[in-house]
Design a binder for this molecule. Structure first.
Ligand SMILES: Cc1cc2nc3c(=O)[nH]c(=O)nc-3n(C[C@H](O)[C@H](O)[C@H](O)COP(=O)(O)O)c2cc1C
Length: 366
């Protein structure tokens, strides 16, 4: 092969060896991936500005000048300032009754502490802005927006030398962001863990890549092997953005019970549901998601109301480590997550497998 197929324009943009991006909430995972030649973006939407500042320092102290990213959610629908009580007052009584009946049916314990959802940038414009200010102040190399267009922050970010990436589930969103001048677009398909639209990964990556011009595209959704990486590059992506792949790795701080469930699960154990946050989201199926599918269930509410309804179940089952109730965002590639490997091993296995896939297709030179 005349050129290294894994050396893409994303590698050039970032100065990294491999076009593999880990999305993670765990700082140890982020650092391990960065120090293995990949790139990592830390999800900080649930963190206070002070925590974000501390986390940035923590990463910088361990990556020897290598770049990293921070992801926030900047949804257009984040309510202007309103108290949790005001938001709660808008939830209809039948929804509260249904939530209570599910909690009772499964004997789901209440959280150990009351859940403070104002810690989520998606629930408060003021928090979202304060989080963003830290990223700008700290000149974080990549600012990613997992929800909501980041176009409004391009000038401020670029003036500080930060790159801006936007995650999309539709080609028209990608077109708008590319025209606005984002530095990379993450084209995320239905297979993905977490909030996701209804376009399949194969379709959205190919479609977005076809309109992207020089803007690097990252493929996301269901990518857990080197063969997926090779396929994504063949579709026109310059790299992959992966989440599920890292949840059960050795460094990950995900609860061991959830790691076990992930390792036991395959694509069919995931479900696409709006019963948790009010946005459609892929997670491991659990009693909460299954109950909200039933005909007698009320229609899940929009965000942030549904998130408030589900928070006691989610936090209660986590706090009390109820394997029968717990869930986690997981993509359809979860079936390939079969052991607790160190993050470095995952990076190297993925690279080797992708190179083998290319060699299998084009053959080795004589
Ligand atoms: C546990 C978990 C939590 C996630 N939380 C966020 C989030 O806060 N912000 C975000 O932009 N994406 C979030 N995602 C989605 C990832 O950014 C990514 O798009 C997705 O995991 C890709 O699909 P895959 O898991 O099949 O690789 C999350 C994913 C997982 C697995």
């Amino acid at each position: 092969m005349s050129k290294d197929p894994l050396h893409t324009k994303l590698c050039d943009q970032l100065g990294v060896e491999y076009p593999i991006v880990a999305f993670t909430h765990c700082k140890d995972v982020a650092v391990a991936v960065i120090n293995s030649g990949g790139f990592a973006v830390l999800g900080e939407a649930m963190h206070t500005p002070e925590d974000i500042e501390a986390d940035i320092k923590w990463i910088r102290d361990r990556v020897d000048g290598k770049p990293f990213g921070i992801d926030l959610v900047l949804p257009a629908s984040a309510p202007a300032e309103s108290s949790l009580d005001e938001i709660k007052a808008k939830i209809p009584q039948p929804h509260w009754d249904f939530k209570k009946s599910v909690m009772k049916k499964y004997d789901c314990p209440m959280p150990k502490q009351s859940v403070d959802l104002h810690q989520w940038g998606g629930l408060s414009q003021a928090l979202g802005r304060a989080q963003l200010e830290v990223l700008l102040e700290e000149r974080v190399p990549v600012i990613a927006s997992g929800l909501g267009s980041p176009a409004f922050l391009l000038d401020a970010a670029h003036a500080r030398g930060s790159k801006v990436w936007g995650l999309v589930g539709r080609t028209r969103q990608a077109r708008r962001q590319i025209e606005a001048g984002v530095d990379a677009v993450i084209a995320q398909g239905f297979d993905a863990a977490g909030h996701t639209g209804d376009m399949g990964t194969l379709s959205i990556v190919a479609e977005v890549a076809s309109i992207a011009g020089d803007t690097p595209i990252l493929a996301a959704g269901g990518i857990t092997t080197g063969r997926h990486l090779a396929a994504a590059l063949c579709l026109g992506a310059s790299g992959v953005w992966t989440g599920t792949l890292w949840l059960a790795c050795r460094e990950s701080d995900v609860d061991m019970i959830v790691k076990e469930r992930l390792i036991e699960s395959s694509a069919a154990d995931t479900v696409w549901s709006d019963s948790i946050s009010g946005f459609t989201m892929r997670v491991l199926a659990c009693p909460w998601t299954e109950e909200w599918k039933k005909p007698e269930a009320p229609r899940p509410l929009a965000s942030p109301y549904q998130m408030i309804l589900s928070s006691d179940y989610i936090q209660g089952s986590n706090d009390h480590r109820r394997k029968d109730l717990m869930t986690e965002a997981a993509g359809q590639g979860v079936g390939f997550v079969t052991e607790m490997k160190p993050a470095r091993q995952i990076v190297f296995d993925m690279v080797e497998e992708a190179l083998t896939a290319f060699d299998d297709i084009v053959g080795l030179p004589d």
